[in-house]
Structure formats: C-alpha cells, structure tokens
Design a protein around this ligand. Structure first.
Ligand code: RP5
Length: 167
C-alpha cells in the first residue's frame, strides 16, 4: 500500500510576508476545523510580483476555489490577486504598528468597480476562514450542514453565558 494521497487544496491562504502569519493562522485554523483542505504561501505583490501573478493565474487550474489573502500597510496583495484570477478573494487587513491597520484596511477595501475583494475586519483572519468555508458550502450540502451546526453551537454558547451571568 502506498502513502495516503492528501486531498487537493480548495482554499489558498496567502500573505505578503511571513510576518503576517499570526494574523492569518486563525484563517487556516477555521478551515482545518471544517476539514477544508488548504495551502499556505507567502506571496508579495511588491517583492515577488511575478510569483504572485503566477499563483493567481494558475489557481483555478490547480483546483483552488477561494483565496484568502492577508497583507499590511500598502496592502495590495488581495486586490492584485483579484485582478488576475476569477476566484473569490477575501482580504484580511493586518494591523501594523504605525497606523493600527487602518492603512491596510483602506488599501484592501477601496477596490475599483469591477474588481471585488471581500474585506473582513482589521485582524479578522478567523472570519476570513469562516467566510471561505461558507462560500464553498454554498455548493456543498455536507459543508453547509456543518456551518449550520457551527451557528447553532455559537448561539448555545451565548445563551449559556447569559445564563451564567445570573447563576
Ligand atoms: C506587507 O508589508 C506584508 O503583508 C506585511 O504586512 C508588511 C510588512 O512586511 P515585513 O517587512 O514584515 O516582511 O507587504
């Protein structure tokens, strides 16, 4: 018997620098929680532009269905990926020291008409991962059921905390 074959990644979690990983790791964790195969890469729109374009243009052919892209400062990675691939791109603004991520947020969210990026909150890596799961779940009843279970658990947690306040 050979080695088990790993499922092909369906989500690409990418970031402009390895220093973005603490912001992006929660996205990867969310995908792992739902059993969604993903890959992680560092691609810089400014420092490795050709590599970034090669990644974007080959993504569909490699089986990817959603890209989650994080960057900070002049955060052009999500937008440039969205320009070069037909896949949905979710942008994650990373907070840097100087402007607390407002620069990253505005760089990612202010896309020109015709080139959409679904932007989550500053540091919103987990929601980006969860949104990628929902996008895949739209055409996957099993995954959609898992999202519904997740939502029910979330509601239960809130109700339990509410009750604990008065216990
Ligand atoms: C951006 O510059 C990266 O996405 C990162 O958020 C920021 C700083 O990168 P490093 O100087 O830490 O590599 O392109």
């Amino acid at each position: 018997m050979g080695e088990p074959v790993a499922p092909a990644p369906r989500v690409g979690v990418v970031m402009g620098s390895d220093s973005d990983w603490p912001t992006m790791e929660p996205a990867a964790q969310a995908l792992a929680e739902f059993g969604v195969p993903y890959e992680v890469h560092v691609l810089s729109a400014h420092r490795t532009p050709q590599r970034m374009l090669d990644y974007a243009t080959s993504a569909v052919g490699r089986g990817l269905r959603v890209l989650v892209a994080g960057a900070g400062g002049a955060a052009h990675l999500p937008g440039m990926l969205a320009a070069a691939t037909p896949l949905p791109v979710i942008g994650v603004p990373r907070p840097l020291d100087r402007l607390d991520g407002l620069d990253s947020l505005l760089s990612i969210v202010q896309m020109p008409a015709g080139v959409p990026v679904a932007t989550v909150s500053i540091g919103g890596g987990r929601n980006a991962g969860l949104l990628a799961v929902r996008i895949l779940a739209a055409a996957d009843p099993q995954l959609r059921a898992a999202v519904q279970r997740f939502q029910a658990d979330l509601a239960e947690t809130v109700v339990a905390r509410d009750a604990a306040l008065r216990a």
